[in-house]
Design a protein around this ligand. Structure first.
Ligand SMILES: Nc1nc2c(c(=O)[nH]1)N[C@H]1C(S)=C(S)[C@@H](COP(=O)(O)O)O[C@H]1N2
Ligand SMILES: [Mo]
Length: 203
C-alpha cells in the first residue's frame, strides 16, 4: 500500500502548535466530524454497488465492488475543509487511489473535465488535472474505521486540496467531458473549482 501526505499542506501537529498556514483563511477547526448531506442518505450494499466510467473514454465500462478494490490501495493523511467554515484536521484516509481508476478509465485526449456521479443524484465537477493527483482517493476508511453511511460509505471521493463539497459521498461513477460543467452545488452558486487556500467559495 502506498502512503502519502495530502498536498493540502497537512502534516501532524505537535503538542502546543497551532495549525498555522495549514488552516485556510476563514476556517476554524472542529474536533467532531459533522455530517453535511443535501437530501437523503442512500443505502447501498457491497453486492449492489457499481461504479461506471463513461463519456470521453476509449470504452465505457462498469466495475463491481471487488473489481474496484482490486485497482489498488493507498493511505493518505489530509485535512478536510468545508466551505461552511469548519475544518476537520489530520484525517487518515484509506481506499483506492483515484489515479489507479483513471489509468483503467483510459480517457480520450479531449477529456479535460469530469463530472462525479453519486447514488442519490448528487454531482460535482472537477478539472481532470484536479482529479488526477496522487493524494486523491476513493475512501473506504477514515482513521482505521469503515466509512459510516452518513459520511459516504461504502465509498466516497476525497480531494484534499479543494473544499469538501468536491469530496462526493456514495460515488458511483465518473463521466469524462470536453469542457467543465457545473455540478449540483456549482449550479447553485458554489465556485467551479473551490480552492480553500484562495477562498474560492462562491462564484
Ligand atoms: N453525495 C453527496 N456528497 C456530498 C454531499 C452531499 O450532499 N451529497 N455534501 C458535500 C459537502 S457540502 C460536504 S462539506 C461534505 C461533507 O462530508 P461529511 O458529511 O462526511 O462531513 O460532503 C460533500 N459530499
Ligand atoms: Mo460543504
Amino acid at each position: 500500500m502506498k502512503k502519502l501526505l495530502g498536498s493540502n499542506r497537512a502534516s501532524r501537529k505537535k503538542a502546543g502548535e497551532t495549525y498555522g498556514e495549514r488552516l485556510p483563511a476563514g476556517q476554524h477547526t472542529v474536533d467532531h466530524w459533522p455530517v453535511l448531506t443535501y437530501g437523503q442518505t442512500p443505502s447501498v450494499s457491497h453486492e449492489d454497488w457499481k461504479f461506471s466510467i463513461r463519456g470521453l473514454v476509449e470504452r465505457e465500462f462498469t466495475l463491481d465492488f471487488e473489481a474496484f478494490l482490486a485497482a489498488g490501495s493507498v493511505a493518505v493523511h489530509a485535512d478536510f475543509h468545508c466551505v461552511t467554515t469548519f475544518s476537520v484536521m489530520d484525517n487518515d484516509w484509506g481506499g483506492v487511489p483515484v489515479q489507479a481508476i483513471l489509468e483503467e478509465a483510459r480517457s480520450l485526449p479531449e477529456a479535460t473535465a469530469v463530472m462525479v456521479h453519486c447514488y442519490g443524484g448528487y454531482t460535482t465537477n472537477l478539472l481532470l488535472d484536479d482529479l488526477d493527483r496522487p493524494e486523491n482517493l476513493f475512501a473506504l476508511r477514515r482513521n482505521g474505521e469503515p466509512l459510516a453511511r452518513e459520511h459516504g460509505g461504502p465509498v466516497r471521493l476525497i480531494v484534499p486540496h479543494l473544499y469538501a463539497w468536491k469530496s462526493a459521498k456514495w460515488v458511483n461513477g465518473l463521466q469524462f467531458l470536453s469542457a467543465d460543467r457545473p455540478g449540483f452545488w456549482e449550479v447553485n452558486g458554489y465556485h467551479m473549482r473551490g480552492d480553500p487556500f484562495n477562498e474560492e467559495r462562491f462564484s
